[in-house]
Design a protein around this ligand. Structure first.
Ligand code: NOJ
Length: 594
């Protein structure tokens, strides 16, 4: 017995460099592993740092009752599919009761399931199914605003002396007009005049999404209570919607002219943000072992550690938008370059020390499809580039977040008419720009084909049956991409060379070594316009990743005397090429052990 204890103590002492050897091989359960108290390459090991997260947008995932809308039972029926991908955390986009002005990001009742998605019993069944498979579930916490149909707002708008008045941000007119020049992210002013009391309320998003007044302690306590309601059910954390906007600037000053193009940087990081997040931790989060990730639209890299440094008790990590929005200038598409993308990853790594943690993502329900935006969705390169992107997402430093359908290489939708869109952002922008003759319809649609959020929201493509097996209804809520006959899960599951299976293999690669999680990151060739080559190093464990981000065949001379060693994985089949010169085909991706 004493010898056993001594042996265990020795293991603990020597686990600072790596405890990869001690970890069980991937057994298909996807169980998050770390629980050792020591550091790895300077980092505190945490399950959420080692996780691979899969985002489910319930409306578009799987319809179980034939109403054309995805639902919770549909997700439960596909848990084996999700688990088979090698991910271990599911982020569920909002599933709460909502009138759906913004597809659930406008919540009417935080303790009720959206009728279209099912019942609380369905939620409990989903959570149990996730737990049975040793996975975890995080929810979307949308508390910068509610729906205007939430009971708090229904009361708030009734009169100026209603007890709920101060739950929201009301202001009288200024010189007969809106209280300030703030703009909504969904076009137009961020203020709406409410006839009952003759005052304006603030809505940074749609008119039906009034902003909560976080300076009111009653609001904050309501939020902590609703968080505990879900945490007590056993959920494992939250993705926090536009959380840096909750604290508004003192006196609500006008947007200065230079802030107009990107108002998110003006709205974010208000004076009490840190205080409120610390309070949220104290009152709710600290009582549970959870993951938190803030949607940090409007947060700069320099500000990031103030939110995620573990010694500050605020958030575990945030989504930084620099990479995913590299293809945007304001809201408009711009062509991006590989050196720009690499520079962002280097800057992120430099901005965060061992006390802060990052996320890695290039897609979600608010952005176009990853293979269309960052890869090449032509028939010739779609599969290779989707696999190359998966290789990158699963070998960079930070917790990877994968959006549903990206594991199949689903692409943008070929929109040709405004009637094909559902998104309120698109419809409002159409009214503001096209109906007013400021932008021609064709130009607007061409732009939306590249940037619209609906590109990511078309239903999951399960098989070749009508509507891709997403629903038995004649019409799903949003049309299925016509390419579903060629791109669907059934086809990919039966084809060992598919993106789905490659993704699974890459997830195993990531899990096989803590170097991919905690290891140092080094970009070997920042200026190269076609090749992204980097190392991940944790003590003696060293890996080299080489990605060809072009359609050209490239003869690549590895810099710094580095020589490719043993091939771990490649997206275009095996190769026995080693040494310092590699011959890469278009969109080829390789991972080597050095
Ligand atoms: C960010 C969400 O991701 C997006 O879908 C939503 O429209 C806004 N926040 C408002 O909640």
């Amino acid at each position: 017995m004493i010898r056993l204890i001594l042996f265990l103590l020795t293991l603990l002492c020597f686990s600072t460099v790596s405890f990869a050897e001690l970890r069980p091989p991937s057994d298909g359960t996807n169980a998050p592993s770390s629980s050792f108290p020591s550091t790895v390459n300077g980092y505190q090991p945490k399950w959420w740092k080692e996780a691979i997260v899969y985002q489910v947008y319930p409306r578009s995932f799987k319809d179980s009752n034939g109403d054309g809308i995805g639902d919770l039972k549909g997700i439960t029926s596909k848990l084996d599919y999700i688990q088979g991908l090698g991910v271990n955390v599911i982020w569920l986009s909002p599933h709460y009761d909502s009138p759906n002005a913004d597809n659930g990001y406008d919540i009417r009742n935080y303790r009720k399931v959206m009728a279209e998605f099912g019942t609380m019993a369905d939620f409990d069944e989903l959570l149990a199914g996730v737990k049975q498979r040793h996975m975890k579930l995080i929810l979307d916490l949308v508390v910068n605003h509610t729906s205007d149909e939430h009971a708090w707002f229904v009361e708030s708008r009734k009169s100026k002396d209603n007890p709920y008045r101060d739950y929201y941000i009301w202001r009288p007119a200024k010189d007969g007009n809106v209280p300030n020049n703030w703009t909504s992210f969904f076009s137009g002013s961020a203020w709406k005049l409410d006839p009952t009391t003759g005052e304006y309320y603030l809505h940074l998003f749609a008119e039906k999404q009034p902003d909560l007044n976080w300076d009111n302690p009653k609001v904050r306590n309501e939020v902590y209570d609703l968080m505990k309601f879900w945490l007590d059910k056993g959920v494992d954390g939250f993705r926090m919607d536009v959380i840096p906007f909750i604290s508004k600037r003192e006196g609500l000053p006008d947007l200065p002219p230079e802030a107009m193009a990107k108002p998110q940087y003006f709205y974010a990081m208000g004076p009490h943000l840190h205080e409120y997040l610390r309070e949220m931790n104290k009152e709710a989060l600290s009582k549970y072992d959870v993951m938190t990730v803030g949607e940090a639209f409007g947060v700069t890299l320099e500000q990031t550690p103030t939110l995620v440094d573990e010694r500050r008790d605020q958030l575990n990590m945030i989504f930084n938008f620099d990479a995913v929005r590299l293809n945007r200038d304001g809201d408009r598409w711009r062509d991006w370059t590989l050196p720009e993308l690499k520079a962002i990853y280097t800057q992120e790594n430099q901005a965060l020390d061992v006390h802060s943690w990052n996320t890695v993502f290039l897609s979600n329900h608010d952005n176009p499809r990853v293979v269309s935006a960052f890869g090449n969705d032509s028939p010739q390169y779609r599969v290779a580039s989707a696999k190359a992107l998966a290789t990158m997402l699963l070998t960079l430093k930070g917790t990877p977040f994968i959006y549903q359908g990206d594991e199949l290489g689903m692409t943008n939708y070929p929109f040709t008419s405004i009637d094909q869109f559902d998104d309120i952002a698109v419809k409002n922008a159409w009214k503001a720009m096209v109906v007013t003759n400021q932008v021609p319809a064709d130009a607007f649609l061409a732009e939306m084909r590249k940037t619209s959020r609906d590109n990511a929201r078309t239903p999951m493509q399960w098989d070749k049956s009508p509507n891709a097996g997403f629903t038995t209804a004649a019409r799903p809520w949003l049309a299925v991409n016509p390419n579903y006959l060629a791109i669907n899960a059934k086809q990919e599951l039966s084809n060992k060379g598919s993106i789905y299976h490659y993704f699974r293999d890459m997830a195993d690669v990531r899990r096989s070594s803590l170097a991919f999680v905690y290891g140092d990151y080094q970009d070997l060739d920042p200026a190269n316009p076609k090749i992204f080559a980097y190392t991940r190093v944790n003590g003696a464990e060293k890996y080299l990743v080489v990605l060809n981000f072009s359609t050209d065949a490239v003869t690549y001379q590895l810099p710094d005397g580095i020589k490719a060693g043993q091939l771990v994985i490649s997206n275009l089949g095996g190769t026995n090429e080693t040494g310092d010169t590699l011959h890469l085909k278009g969109w080829e991706a390789r991972v080597y052990k050095l």
